[in-house]
Design a protein around this ligand. Structure first.
Ligand SMILES: NC(=O)c1ccc[n+]([C@@H]2O[C@H](COP(=O)([O-])OP(=O)(O)OC[C@H]3O[C@@H](n4cnc5c(N)ncnc54)[C@H](O)[C@@H]3O)[C@@H](O)[C@H]2O)c1
Length: 360
């Protein structure tokens, strides 16, 4: 195959929606370091300007992606669109379903349409493995049943259906990456009660005990952000379209293992309905189709988080009482389903838990 001979022909014009957020800002950094031109579209609802360094090849536009008329101009002559903008916290989605639908579903349709009208060459969507809900098969393949447990999961899945629809009907060259428990520096530190790393690192800095949900034996497929960024870039470079891929670490790690690595005291708070005992994505499909593999092991990833622990200095320090208040709606709306679902069989995830597995 003929190699492209100069760097100019390899330079891509990229749009990153949600580029001021946690994962988006890492992707922007990577695209710039690979020599590409990047336009970030972000309304800064959860993203932060300080996540992005100034750069001659970077433009930042403060817009709401759901406003088609305001975003369409930014897609002209664009090669690659990475669509990451979304409201991404679970807890407030239960309280504000309309807000979530507007950003996550209407916003996605608006971005898809702008991309289609401009004839972009690749469209990569940041989907969520939360669509599997309380999965019963581990590692969970892309073909597993869809069981959205709360509005965030529902809106991310509805948007994925739209992405696949634009591919099917309009032949927009799309891929969807179902991300799972992504962690790394710049993970959101303010606002709602959410991802476990942010909660624990702020507690560690404050010398407070970690608030462990349930017994801490539940496991999560913690995936380091640079691996996720690699998956986005490889997806953009590939010629495959209309496919959905899981992006995970290839393993699953218990919360107790995380605490062992962070060091410190813990207390236990009530288990929440709708939260899985295990998240563990099957990554065979993406490994075979794109040759993508995660590279950062959990021990190395947690050590990198500890190097950046100062990022969490201004983050809210959650305790039992404030978590109780923040998750009241959760228990109110999701509580009834608690007994109607078969929990994952004990031990189903045990084969590859981080506690036992050799870290990569
Ligand atoms: N972090 C994870 O573990 C994870 C897991 C699965 C999927 N995802 C998906 O990856 C993407 C990025 O997640 P993140 O963790 O970086 O979240 P984040 O909140 O840090 O980033 C989301 C960004 O989107 C922007 N945004 C939200 N609504 C917008 C709107 N209407 N218009 C313009 N910008 C808007 C926010 O300001 C923010 O910068 C999201 O789509 C999320 O659903 C994340």
């Amino acid at each position: 195959m003929m190699q492209e001979s100069n760097t100019a022909s390899l330079t891509k014009n990229c749009v990153v929606t949600g580029g001021a957020g946690f994962i988006g800002s890492h992707l922007v950094e990577r695209l710039l370091s690979d020599g590409h031109l990047v336009t970030v579209l972000d309304n800064f609802s959860t993203g932060r300007r300080k996540n992005l360094q100034e750069h001659s090849r970077l433009k930042i536009r403060e817009v709401d992606i759901a406003e088609y008329e305001q975003i369409s101009e930014f897609f002209v002559n664009v090669d690659w669109v990475f669509h990451l903008a979304a409201l991404a916290d679970i807890v407030p989605s239960i309280e504000h379903p309309l807000r979530y639908h507007r950003s996550n579903v209407d916003g996605t349709v608006s971005v898809l349409e702008a991309a289609r009208q401009a004839g972009v060459r690749r469209f990569i969507y940041a989907a969520s493995s939360s669509c599997y809900g309380l999965a019963t098969e581990f590692p969970t393949p892309e073909s597993a049943p869809i069981r959205a447990e709360y509005p965030y999961a529902l809106t991310k899945y509805l948007a994925e259906c739209c992405v696949m629809h634009w591919n099917q009907v309009y032949k927009l060259p799309c891929l969807s990456l179902r991300l799972i428990n992504v962690y790394g520096p710049r993970a959101r530190t303010t606002g709602s009660y959410g991802a476990v790393f942010g909660v624990f690192l702020a507690q560690k800095l404050a010398g407070r005990p970690y608030t462990v949900v349930g017994d801490g034996n539940q496991t999560r497929d913690f995936t380091y952000v640079s691996d996720v960024v690699d998956a986005f870039v490889q997806a953009a470079k590939s010629e495959l379209t209309g496919e959905i891929f899981n992006v995970g670490s290839g393993r699953t790690y218990s919360i107790n293992k995380l605490i062992e690595l962070l060091g410190g005291e813990k207390i236990h708070i009530p288990k929440r309905p709708g939260e899985p005992e295990c998240t563990y994505a099957c990554i065979s499909k993406i490994s075979e189709a794109l040759g993508w593999q995660p590279r950062v092991g959990f021990v190395e990833g947690v050590a990198k988080m500890l190097e950046h622990i100062d990022d969490w200095r201004e983050a809210p320090v959650w305790d039992e009482a404030s978590i109780d208040i923040a998750t009241r709606q959760w228990f109110e709306h999701l509580g009834e389903k608690k007994d109607s679902r078969r929990p994952p069989e004990p031990g189903l995830c045990s084969v590859t838990t981080g506690a036992e597995a050799k870290d990569r």
